[in-house]
Structure formats: structure tokens, C-alpha cells
Ligand binder design. Structure first.
Ligand code: IMP
Ligand code: MG
Length: 171
């Protein structure tokens, strides 16, 4: 087991996630939202974020695969699980763990926009801006990070470490 270094503590994460929830609550005041989580990495972020959103909210989930067991992207996006309900006319907030190259988000954005939602926003806990290959930005970002590989708070390395309460760097 490699030695992991804490990048963001559970307290830092909690404070930032609460802020994002307040921001979303203000931006969509009086309107219902669909929190659309990208499995599996965003599961913990979505569950915490949702409890700071004071709006009529529903959940949906999609699953894609970009990374195999490695820390390098294959560059390919494959849809493993589609939405359960149409996003037509809905205020959709796509909840993702990390915006990295942007390939996944571009693919998902195109897919969701084809449903003709009322609004489409991206909430990404982490943003590796320097790695971007596709021009896409999050509307709500937790933290910007450099080009390091992180695990914890839902994020994995070969499916492990998702349950770590802090966000850690794998050396
Ligand atoms: P993108 O398509 O390159 O933007 O890939 C985004 C996805 O890659 C994220 O949703 C993560 O699932 C995964 N990913 C990117 N960087 C990391 C990391 O540092 N740790 C764990 N997963 C990562
Ligand atoms: Mg992901």
C-alpha cells in the first residue's frame, strides 16, 4: 500500500461542498433540480452536496468508463448506464468528481443536451485545468488541483480507496 498524502482534509471538503450547495440553492431558488451523478466517483460528493441544496431535488445516475485500472485515460468514453428518466425540461446539474481532459464531460453534455433540458450545469468537485483537451468548464467547482492523481472521497485507483474521508495524492 503506497503512502498517501492528504491534499484536502474532510473538514476542508465539507466546508467547500456546503458552499457549493448554498450557491446552487440560490441560483435555482424556487425551482426543482435533478442531481445527475456520474458513477461511481461522484457518489459521495453527490450525497453530501445534495444535503446542502434546499430545493426540490431528485437523483439520477449515469455510469461511464474512461479509465481502466490505470491512471491514464484511454481517451474513449463508453456509456455503461443511461439515465432512468428523460431530462427534458428539467434543471439538470451533472455532478462529477473530477474534470480532467474533459472528454467524459463533453460526451455527457452532448448526450444530456439532446434531451432538451431547461438548464444544464456542471458541478465538479475537482478541476485539473492544465490537463484539458476539450474546451469545457464546470459551473460549480470545488477545488482546482495540479496534475496529480488523487483518491478518496469517492475517487479510486483501480477501484480502491473510494472510502477514504480525505482527498489524498497517490505518489
Ligand atoms: P476526463 O474524461 O479525462 O475528464 O476524465 C474524467 C474522469 O477520470 C473523472 O471523472 C475520474 O473518474 C477520472 N479521473 C481523472 N483524474 C483522476 C484522479 O486523479 N483520480 C481518480 N480518478 C480520476
Ligand atoms: Mg468519474
Amino acid at each position: 500500500m503506497p503512502e498517501l498524502k492528504v491534499l484536502f482534509s474532510r473538514e476542508q471538503i465539507a466546508a467547500r461542498v456546503a458552499e457549493l450547495g448554498r450557491q446552487i440553492s440560490q441560483d435555482f431558488a424556487g425551482e426543482p433540480v435533478v442531481l445527475l451523478g456520474v458513477l461511481k466517483g461522484a457518489a459521495i460528493f453527490l450525497s453530501d452536496l445534495s444535503r446542502h441544496i434546499e430545493l426540490d431535488s431528485t437523483f439520477d445516475f449515469i455510469a461511464v468508463s474512461t479509465y481502466g485500472d490505470q491512471t491514464q485515460s484511454s481517451g474513449e468514453v463508453k456509456l455503461l448506464k443511461d439515465v432512468d428518466q428523460s431530462m427534458e425540461g428539467k434543471n439538470v446539474i451533472l455532478v462529477e468528481d473530477i474534470l480532467d481532459t474533459g472528454l467524459t464531460m463533453c460526451y455527457l453534455k452532448k448526450m444530456i443536451l439532446a434531451h432538451h433540458p431547461k438548464a444544464f450545469r456542471i458541478a465538479a468537485l475537482l478541476d485539473k485545468k492544465s490537463r484539458r483537451l476539450q474546451p469545457i468548464q464546470a459551473d460549480y467547482t470545488g477545488f482546482e488541483i495540479p496534475d496529480v492523481f488523487v483518491v478518496g472521497y469517492g475517487m479510486d485507483h483501480a477501484e480502491h480507496y473510494r472510502n477514504l474521508p480525505d482527498i489524498c495524492v497517490v505518489p
